[in-house]
Ligand binder design. Structure first.
Ligand code: NAD
Length: 498
């Protein structure tokens, strides 16, 4: 059986723990490979490799580091097909979505190609007599990233591309469910010219994560995953003196106003709720309709739209979405559907027990649709992370916006309307990190910045964009003077208010 190990110091290193995790083929339900789960000593070895590579890499001028990113981008593009198929085979998303996953990662690599410009500091000439002040952004040192299963190409690139372009060396701990694409990305980074030890991959579970969180040589940790783990990573990493950003779960609301273009809203929301089997942190699993007429029309049309979706294996070109990632996750989604029924929501489409001929053991869940979901229900309050859309009825925009604002998660939300003023007011007031106006999945482009609020993110710096550069560097400010001759005339005077 195929085995996935670690990538340390520029080569594949066999795991020695004797512990392995299963990697499934979600289309068939079979174990297709196994991944070595690292010990603390194996994490130490990766840190040692990253430390050894650090001085030379941090001293490499930013333009040369950018050239490595340009070449990495070229290589990933050249291998797009292979990467997309590998990704689909372990994750279950359809090939078009896997290509999107890789492409969104490349968008961040492209952003990182601008690092010479992005690292430029600020300069004030003549801040005092003969005195200039300037700032510089310097690499932090050895850094780490811990990533979830649902974007195994994009999220490693969010972290590693920016951190490495800034002059850090890096240890990636990918999800143990689909670690093969992150391993390939590390190989391609080496091939692109990043010296051995600049990007290392340590596969593993909680043991590897805890080893990262307590290692004194790791200066910063970026995490993306579910909220309870995000909070744990944030608090443990910070207690150990690290800079930490930790993105968590989500429950994004889409508000449909009576003046929305209903054709567009239904088309957008069917893709945003069910695409990638709902396993996106920016999916739209809650639709809040404003007014009875809007609600009735939306629900009637959504039933047809969701029924029209084709669930298929990940290589089926006609499938809208594929299986979910694991049997355990399928069971969790189906439990939430039962919970919704028990709580009194109206189940209009039931995706439980969905089977595909010839793939009876695959992890498929059909599109599910609930109406009359109420804010007090646990199935509404918690993240389901599957192809389940919950419709909540509201009477006014204020009531709808309050639902998004008061929810424990605050990753993204969207409003569908033709009223610019209402949209503007909503965007300004809602207590959520990323807002779409007639845009169902408002993932910011790479040169802006990605991050939620409330229990969707711990720490105060977002992913990529200018915030990413800030997270992966520390700022130093220099005040200089070059006295010439008579020092007395140029005595340094601290400026006062007077
Ligand atoms: P997860 O929290 O189970 O795993 C994330 C990472 O944490 C993995 O690398 C995993 O190995 C590690 N991990 C798991 N259990 C751990 C433990 N007990 N202690 C330490 N480390 C542990 O998340 P997942 O199921 O892989 O991904 C789905 C979740 O990620 C969803 O909640 C989704 O909303 C979230 N997500 C958030 C964003 C965002 O930007 N906010 C983006 C993508 C996914």
């Amino acid at each position: 059986m195929r085995e996935v190990h670690h990538f340390i110091g520029g080569k594949v290193v066999s795991g020695q723990s004797g512990r392995f995790g299963d990697i499934y083929n979600p289309n068939t339900g079979e174990v297709q490979a196994r991944v070595a789960l690292a010990t603390e000593a194996e994490l130490d070895a990766a840190v040692a490799a990253a430390r050894a590579a650090l001085p030379a890499w941090a001293a490499t001028n930013p333009q040369r580091r950018a050239r490595v990113m340009f070449e990495f981008k070229r290589l990933v593009e050249a291998n797009m097909n292979e990467l997309a198929h590998l990704l689909s085979s372990e994750h279950g998303k359809v090939i078009a979505d896997s290509k999107g996953d890789v492409q969104r990662g490349l968008d961040v690599v492209e952003f990182a190609c601008g690092v010479p410009h992005l690292l430029k500091g600020e300069y004030t000439e003549g801040a005092g007599p003969g005195i200039d002040v300037f700032s510089m952004r310097q690499a932090l040192g050895v850094c780490a990233g811990i990533t979830p299963f649902n974007f195994p190409a994009m999220i490693p690139c969010w972290m590693a591309a920016v951190a490495i372009a800034c002059g850090n060396t890096f240890i990636l701990k990918p999800s143990e469910k689909d670690p093969s694409v992150p391993m390939r990305l590390a190989e391609l980074m080496l091939e692109a010219g990043a010296p051995a030890g600049v990007l290392n991959v340590v596969n593993g579970d909680k043991v590897a994560v805890d080893a990262i969180l307590k290692h004194s040589d790791i200066k910063a940790v970026s995490f993306v995953g579910s909220s309870d783990i995000a909070q744990y990573v944030y608090s443990t990493g910070a207690a150990n003196g690290k800079r930490v950003q930790a993105m968590g779960g989500a429950k994004n609301h889409g508000i449909i106003m009576p003046d929305a273009d209903m054709d567009q809203a239904v088309k957008d929301i069917v893709g945003a709720a069910y695409g990638s089997a709902g396993e996106r942190c920016m999916a739209l699993p809650v639709a809040v309709t404003v007014g009875k007429k809007t609600g009735d029309e939306f629900v009637a049309r959504m039933i047809d739209a969701a029924r029209g979706l084709k669930v298929g294996i990940s290589t089926d070109k006609d499938a809208h979405y594929g299986p979910v990632v694991s049997a355990q996750h399928k069971a969790k989604i189906e439990n939430y559907i039962q919970m919704g029924v028990d709580e009194g929501a109206k189940l209009l489409l039931d995706g439980r027990g969905h089977t595909l001929q010839g793939h009876e053991n695959g992890f498929f869940v059909g599109p599910s649709l609930f109406d009359n979901v109420k804010p007090g229900m646990r199935s509404y309050q918690e993240e389901i992370f599957g192809p389940v859309l919950q419709v909540v009825r509201a009477e006014s925009l204020e009531e709808a916006a309050a639902l998004a604002t008061n929810h424990q998660y605050g990753n993204g939300c969207a409003i569908f309307t033709s009223n610019g003023r209402a949209a503007r007011e909503f965007a300004a007031q809602v207590n959520v990190g990323m807002v779409g106006i007639n845009v169902p999945i408002p993932v910011p482009v790479a040169y802006h910045t990605f991050g939620g609020w409330k229990r969707s993110a711990f720490g105060d710096t977002n992913q990529h964009g200018p915030e990413g550069i800030k997270f992966w560097t520390k700022i130093k400010t220099v005040t200089q003077r070059w006295p010439d001759g008579d020092v007395g005339d140029q005595a340094f005077v601290i400026p006062t208010m007077g």
